[in-house]
Design a binder for this molecule. Structure first.
Ligand code: FES
Length: 56
């Protein structure tokens, strides 16, 4: 599912970024560009990151 509509970034891309070592929204923002335009996706992106970190 798309999380960031501004950049067409999916939840799977965010999970993959965490698998590759990203730990924070700032990390994923740097890697993928998520939440760097309108910012509306920041909360959901952060939830996905936290959930994924809990799983790993
Ligand atoms: Fe992600 Fe706009 S939806 S920056």
């Amino acid at each position: 599912m798309y999380v960031c509509l501004c950049h067409a970034i999916t939840d799977n891309q965010i999970k993959e970024a965490v698998s590759q070592g990203d730990m924070t929204l700032a990390d994923v923002k740097k890697r993928l560009g998520v939440a760097n335009q309108c910012g509306k996706c920041a909360r959901m992106a952060n939830q996905i990151i936290q959930t994924q970190l809990d799983l790993e």
